[in-house]
Write a protein that binds this ligand. Structure first.
Ligand code: NAD
Ligand code: MG
Length: 386
């Protein structure tokens, strides 16, 4: 029986994780859940999964959640301390890190310090603080399993191989809904168009990141830290069908790929049950139904955000945290209808231009770089339309 703390249980990854738990009651038990704003769904989850601890992001939401959970044997907490209590619950063996954005940083760091194994969906932690996180993972001797489908694919494709034999990691990308949209037409693309992902059903922020391809930039950084691979060895291929989830090329010219129906339940389940494989309900693949699998290189002039991510990787240290913060602000502004689609890249680029790269020695310093990036991006987009 594996005991789980699920951070971000009301999100797309959180809900899929709980579906796997519900289908495998003999394998998993929920110890703690956390959520941001969706209290209705959160209360239903608390009722169904009986966690010992339930924490909401905002302490002001505690009274309402307590009301909704009257009669249930659950400790309701809130704020960062609540999230940390959920992440470090004494009896939990594994923490599913599925909060979106840099908000996941502090609770995930606390889980590692408490010696918990991590199933990592929250890629922003590795983007902003990759080196510090990987140092902590090794210092505290915890296991870190990727949930992101590409990284799960790489993880599955490197098993049993020596890292020195890897010549290339090839991350696949769907290219998102605007893969074939000419740049001049992208400016008119609305939030609805951008949220209409062709292959994957995901939370709103990552869906916009997929449309800009910032998601793939974040994933290059994630792969760089997870697999200790120099960025020159990480390649991105656009693969519109999203059937091959990523590949690893070896020095002998052999390429090992992982394939499957695009459904996050498969990589989530593998992170939860490794090395066992468990039933997920994911439709098996029938390759005879595909007319072809295609691959091409991304156009960095068209996908400015991907180019900016490469620039942040090259600058290193504080720049990825600043880029990530600016991206979170710009995506939220786009989702609020405050800026247009192409202005997302503009806000990020101008924030990066204004930043002086400096070393990051602690999670606190990462959080400071994150705050600086948020403040700067807000003032930049505030000035855009004036
Ligand atoms: P989502 O928006 O659907 O859910 C996010 C969860 O985090 C929710 O429970 C929300 O309430 C909570 N949350 C949001 N802001 C918070 C805050 N400030 N403090 C505490 N909790 C907060 O997002 P998602 O699509 O499930 O993605 C979660 C993470 O997993 C992201 O980092 C994303 O990049 C990554 N990921 C998602 C997918 C996917 O298919 N959805 C695939 C790969 C990686
Ligand atoms: Mg992914």
């Amino acid at each position: 029986m594996k005991q789980l703390s699920i951070l971000g249980s009301t999100g797309s990854i959180g809900v899929s994780t709980l579906e796997i738990v519900a289908a495998n009651p003999q394998r998993f038990r929920v110890v703690a859940l956390t959520a941001g704003k969706n209290l209705e769904l959160f209360a239903r989850q608390i009722r169904q999964f009986s966690p010992r601890i339930a924490a909401v992001a905002s302490p002001e939401d505690i009274p309402q959640l307590k009301d909704m959970c009257t009669g249930l044997d659950v400790e309701i907490l809130g704020g960062v301390e609540g999230l940390i209590a959920a992440a470090t619950a004494q009896e939990s063996d594994m923490v599913v890190a599925a909060i979106v954005g840099a908000a996941g940083l502090v609770p995930t760091a606390a889980a590692i310090r408490a010696g918990k194994d991590i199933a990592l969906a929250n890629k922003e932690t590795l983007v902003t603080a990759g080196r510090l996180f990987m140092e902590m993972v090794s210092r505290y001797g915890v296991k870190l399993y990727p949930v992101d489908s590409e990284h799960s694919a790489v993880f599955q494709s490197i098993e049993g191989h020596r890292s020195q034999d890897i010549s290339k990691i090839i991350l696949t990308a769907s290219g998102g809904p605007f893969r074939n949209t000419p740049v001049e037409q992208r400016a008119q693309r609305t939030m609805r168009d951008a949220l209409n992902h062709p292959n994957w059903s995901m939370g709103r922020k990552i869906t916009i990141d997929s449309a800009t391809m910032m998601n793939k930039g974040l994933e290059v950084l994630e792969a760089r830290w997870l697999f200790d691979a120099p960025v020159e060895k990480i390649e991105v291929n656009i693969h519109p069908q999203s059937i091959i989830h990523s590949m690893v090329e070896y020095v002998d010219g052999c390429v090992i790929a992982q394939l499957g129906t695009p459904d996050m339940k498969a990589p989530i389940a593998y992170a939860l049950s490794y090395p066992a494989r468990i039933a997920t309900g994911v439709m098996p693949l029938d390759l005879t139904t595909f007319s072809g699998l295609t691959f091409f290189k991304p156009d960095l002039d068209k996908f400015r955000c991907l180019a900016l991510a490469y620039r942040a990787i090259n600058d290193g240290e504080s720049m990825p945290a600043v880029m990530n913060a600016a991206n979170e602000i710009a995506v939220a502004a786009f989702l609020n209808g405050e800026i247009g689609f192409l202005q997302i890249a503009e806000v990020i680029e101008r924030t990066m231009d204004a930043h002086q790269v400096h070393d990051l020695k602690s999670i606190d310093e990462v959080l400071q770089a994150d705050s600086w990036g948020r403040r700067t991006a807000k003032s930049i987009y505030g000035g855009l339309n004036n």
